[in-house]
Design a protein around this ligand. Sequence first.
Ligand code: SF4
Length: 330
Amino acid sequence: MSEALLEVRDLTVEFVTRRGTLRALDRVSFDIRRGEVLGVVGESGAGKSVTGSAVIGLIDPPGRIAGGEVRLAGERVDNLAPEALRRVRGKRIGMIFQDPLTSLNPLFRVGDQLVETIRTHTTLSATAARKRALDLLAEVGISAPDKRIDSYPHQFSGGMRQRVVIALALCAEPELIIADEPTTALDVSVQAQIITVLKRLCRDHGTAVMLVTHDMGVIAETADRVAVMYAGRIIEIGAVADVVKNPLHPYAKGLMGAIPTLTGHEGRLSQIPGSMPRLSAIPPGCPFNPRCPAAFAPCPSVRPDLTAYDRHPVACHLYDPAYAPREQAA
Ligand code: SF4
């Protein structure tokens, strides 16, 4: 279960605007192993959703993939023709978006949508596909699926609709699911249920998950590893327990300091001063340098690359032995 299912190398996405070319993703590289849940976290505008869209070839003009490559089980998928890419998206990569109505057609019964998706991607007969749809609805926790299968999406609550979307994403037994803020639109109590269902099903089916969210709590509950993004770059990536407990990058430290604890005895929640730069105003050098309490001499001019100096890869000069401690203190 340890081989890389998804390999993303130097993925770069640009948006061509009247005021110039804006770089939304800057040489992003990461792997996801089979059966693994990789959380991708960051503030709004960090590039996490663009990463998910770029992996599945859903960058609309004026956006474009300007460089890098994406491999699924060793095979390049970023340069496929649109029809071949559509087949990969439906069959081998499932998708779950924030708003369930993005995935569900309000005019069709959920059962018909499930059966159609199953039959598009398998050789099952109509009867067998309906049986599989019922099984999937039961698996995602829809009670009395035989009574609900012929309901329309609007007849389900938001949480139940998102369960149907998870069933829809699993119809073709994909190798990877990309879930983009799958619980953000739901009540907090329902969020936990949906995350539990997603995690259990992916474990049972051996499906890898790229979980995109701004919510570090969701990542801590669900993911095996986490990639922290800032200004279109991955600035730290590692095992969840390690990154949450011992973050290396000053931005990741601020992000982890902002997670409330159950005991509430950890003092005040920390806050990161300032805000994520706009794409048109990303500072040179380390893009975090205007907000960084630890910034030192090279930070405003030298871009730090994601490098494994210590426990896990981080993009920060503080860990680069090339910069002497004396210089860091300056
Ligand atoms: Fe802060 Fe410099 Fe590290 Fe960037 S490279 S996070 S500015 S110390």
